[in-house]
Design a protein around this ligand. Structure first.
Ligand SMILES: [Zn+2]
Ligand SMILES: [Zn+2]
Ligand SMILES: [Zn+2]
Length: 254
């Protein structure tokens, strides 16, 4: 059916974190270098981004992304949106505008935060991306690929995870509502955000993420949106069977 490439697997600061002197931020293991969290979904007839991170340019060059048919936004936070200007390059080569999907609040906040793109004014001496904000509140077919939004809570923010066939991607999340667990039945692969922290108001800690995995029971889980508290090697050693840490560049099939 297609592939999902992890373009980034780091928390909002990325790993290494600017200015940090810790061992993980100075690790020589390439899996400890995590750009901001995002995936690229590629099927026979669609090339889709989930989020446009602050690192989008580097990610697109590294993964050799040649076109973007649509963007699926999880929520409006800076680490997931602020690379939006990089979509200009795709406009340039493929023509037309790029549909950007999200829930109502996400679209409103993206419009507010990036007024220069959406205010209808002619850009003064500078180009701006051509984008179309599109509301998604249920399953959507992009090419032959069915995309199902999975509503989750990220603190008080209503965010989306996305299900693509037998695979689901849920990045920033602190609570999965009951109805959303029903949308996560029969998964072969789950990508789920988690932080190595004792507690956090807006993200799953490792403990809470593993409890959710225990309930969802996917064939395989990759944890993402990771912070610098553990190295890939040490963090991986502490995980149950069939649960792994994602890394930048990981490709899974769906
Ligand atoms: Zn985030
Ligand atoms: Zn560090
Ligand atoms: Zn967030």
């Amino acid at each position: 059916m297609g592939t999902i490439t992890f373009l980034g697997t780091g928390t909002s600061t990325g790993v290494p974190m600017v200015g940090c002197g810790c061992d993980v931020c100075h690790s020589s293991d390439p899996r400890d270098r995590r750009l901001r969290s995002s995936i690229w979904i590629e099927s026979a007839d669609a090339s889709l981004l989930v989020d446009t991170t602050t690192d989008l340019r580097a990610q697109a060059l590294r993964a050799n992304i040649l076109r973007v048919d649509a963007v699926l936004y999880t929520h409006h936070h800076a680490d997931h949106v602020h690379g939006v200007d990089e979509l200009r390059a795709f406009n340039y080569f493929q023509g037309g505008s790029i549909p950007c999907y999200g829930n109502q609040k996400t679209l409103e906040r993206i419009r507010e935060l990036h007024g220069y793109i959406f205010d209808g004014r002619k850009a003064e001496g500078a180009a701006k991306p051509r984008l179309e904000l599109c509301l998604i509140d249920g399953p959507l077919d992009l090419g032959a690929t069915r995309i199902t939004p999975i509503p989750v809570k990220h603190g008080t923010v209503d965010a989306f995870g996305y299900r693509i066939a037998n695979t689901a991607y849920i990045t920033d999340c602190s609570f999965i509502p009951e109805e959303s667990y029903k949308l996560l039945e029969g998964l072969e692969t789950l990508a789920l955000g988690a932080l190595w922290l004792e507690r956090h108001a807006t993200h799953f800690t490792m403990e809470k993420a593993l409890a959710a995995v225990e309930r969802i029971r996917p064939g395989k889980t990759y944890l993402t949106h990771l912070n610098h508290a553990r190295s890939h090697r040490d963090g991986s050693a502490a995980l149950p069977e069939n649960v792994h840490l994602a890394w930048d560049g990981l490709v899974v099939e769906f």
